[in-house]
Ligand binder design. Structure first.
Ligand code: NAD
Length: 492
């Protein structure tokens, strides 16, 4: 197959030619990417591409990001990345390539349509048609982790107002543009009142600007259970990063197979399109993998490039192939499927149906209008006041001794208000049943009318450290426009 590579076939390079960057990845990546490029090439869209190397070989060459420096130049030039899955090496020392690309280029929105192909692909949820819009840069994926004591390891969860406003607005705009009716948000703000609480609050604020759309919020545990049981009750979901990561795989799997769903990663500087599944190394090199997920990524890429007609041709030909019972092993079912094919034969079957339209599946996964990147409104600076500080100390002699010793120290305007262990108050008046590890959070509040400052907190830490305590971390306690910006201790 003579694929077009950069500059290879000038005859097809016209006004509507699109220049993209392609990476074939690891495991089943090269074979599904070849199949998808073959199909996209037959759609009428004119694509030329740079091929860059990513993944296993690049990691093995000692490049911990899994992507070579010259690949960044191609991505900056084309601004569109069509990426096959890679194998992420186990163990430390390497960074996730996906996370690096997403964060380097600010790909804040991950859009994953998950729809059923019933009755041709088995699913318990024939009416399912949801789009999961996942925040892609923040939350626990900031990758800021520390070991602070012998017992305690920490991962920082960051939720920001600009990041949340952008993804939530993008979700509502996506729903409106694509004729969707409802936008749902899941958080765990009954527990994480500050971080998930912000996500929920911003969701409610922005929902009020879209009265034409229904909006709802569920606590993520019951929301996830409902999504897995009755996905047809959901339409567009806007989720923080971790919940979105997990639930978009669940949604794809219950729709039929993880092998069927594509994913778009959208930012102001670059858009990346891929399958949601990984490199399935055990299936590599056998021409058996299903290229549908990567192809659905390709359809979204065509839509993003303004090639709506070509995208529709590919989607229709793919749906017609599925309707005709031509299936790869992962979705093949006796009695429903007619012909079991490998990767390349599946692609050829799609190409043979280019221009045809499906009957039963015609409206499945329809849509693909892409909103503009939301512009953030300028914000009024808030008045930030320091109320005190939490000092975390490495300590092994129990909460009572710690609390008594800290209370007896001369700490100027600061007073010890409580000590917690793993978030639970253990001083004063802790419960004897609480398991304590070697990591205590000691909350010091400033006396009323004392103006707090970083210098005062530094002095507090110095005094505590000079008294022999091993301070492993400090968090300032602030109020913004008078509203405290920190949680209480559990049991406080
Ligand atoms: P996986 O998605 O690669 O495979 C899980 C199973 O799903 C496979 O064993 C296979 O049975 C099935 N499967 C997946 N895709 C299929 C397809 N297209 N056709 C048919 N069957 C398919 O998940 P994994 O085994 O946990 O991960 C393998 C590697 O992929 C790991 O190194 C992981 O880090 C990496 N990964 C990469 C990406 C990415 O690059 N975007 C995403 C997820 C996982």
């Amino acid at each position: 197959m003579a694929f077009e590579t950069l500059g290879a076939t000038p005859a097809r390079v016209g006004a509507r030619t699109h220049h993209i960057t392609v990476a074939k990845g690891d495991g089943i990546g090269p074979e599904i990417m070849d199949a998808c490029l073959k199909v996209l090439n037959a759609s009428g869209a004119k694509l030329i591409w740079d091929e860059i190397e990513i993944g296993e070989k690049v990691y093995a060459a000692g490049i911990s990001a899994g992507v070579r420096a010259d690949a960044w130049d191609s991505l900056r030039r084309t601004k569109v990345f069509y990426k096959a899955p890679i194998t992420t090496p186990q163990g430390g020392g390497v960074k996730s390539l996906n996370v690096t690309v997403r964060k380097t280029f600010g790909l804040f929105a991950n859009v994953r349509p998950c729809f059923s192909l019933a009755p041709y692909v088995a699913t318990k949820h024939p009416a399912m048609d949801v789009v999961i819009i996942r925040e892609n840069e923040e939350d626990l994926y900031a990758g800021i982790e520390h070991r602070q004591t012998q017992d305690v390891y920490q991962c920082l969860k960051l939720i920001t107002r600009p990041g949340t406003e952008r993804i939530v607005r993008y979700g509502f705009e996506f729903a409106r543009l694509n004729g969707r009716k409802k936008v749902t948000c899941f958080t765990k703000d009954n527990i994480m009142k500050v971080t998930d609480g912000l996500f929920h609050k911003v969701f409610d604020e922005i929902a009020a600007e879209y009265p034409d759309l229904e909006s709802e919020h569920w606590i993520v545990d019951i929301g996830a259970a409902k999504l897995a049981d009755k996905p047809e009750q959901f339409d567009v979901l806007v989720l923080p990063n971790l919940y979105g990561d997990i639930l978009s795989d669940v949604a794809a799997e219950i729709a039929g197979s993880v092998g069927l769903a594509g994913s778009a990663n959208i930012g102001a500087n670059l858009a990346m399109f891929e399958a949601i599944h990984g490199s399935a190394p055990r299936r590599a090199g056998q021409d058996v993998a299903n290229p549908s997920g990567l192809l659905m990524g390709g359809v979204m890429m065509l839509q993003h490039l303004g090639e709506a007609k070509a995208a529709e041709r590919v989607r229709n030909a793919w749906l017609k192939t599925i309707e005709d019972g031509i299936h790869t092993y992962d979705v093949f079912k006796d009695g429903v499927s007619k012909l079991r094919v490998g990767t390349q034969a599946f692609a050829d079957a799609i190409i043979a149906r280019m221009g045809e339209t499906p009957t039963t599946l015609a409206t499945r996964g329809k849509g693909g209008a892409w909103p503009a990147i939301p512009v953030l409104k300028p914000r009024t600076p808030q008045v930030k006041t320091m109320l005190g500080a939490d000092l975390f100390v490495d300590w092994r002699d129990g909460p009572a001794a710690l609390g008594d010793k800290l209370s007896a120290l001369p700490l100027g305007p600061f007073k010890l208000s409580m000590v917690t262990n793993r978030g639970v108050k253990v001083y004063p008046e802790g419960a004897p049943e609480t398991l304590c590890v070697d990591h205590y959070r000691c909350r010091f509040l400033l006396e009323k009318d004392i103006k707090g400052s970083a210098a005062l907190v530094a002095e507090l830490m110095m005094r505590v450290a000079q008294a022999g305590f091993d301070v492993v971390k400090i968090e300032g306690l602030y109020a913004f426009d008078g509203e405290p910006g920190f949680s209480l201790g559990q049991g406080q």
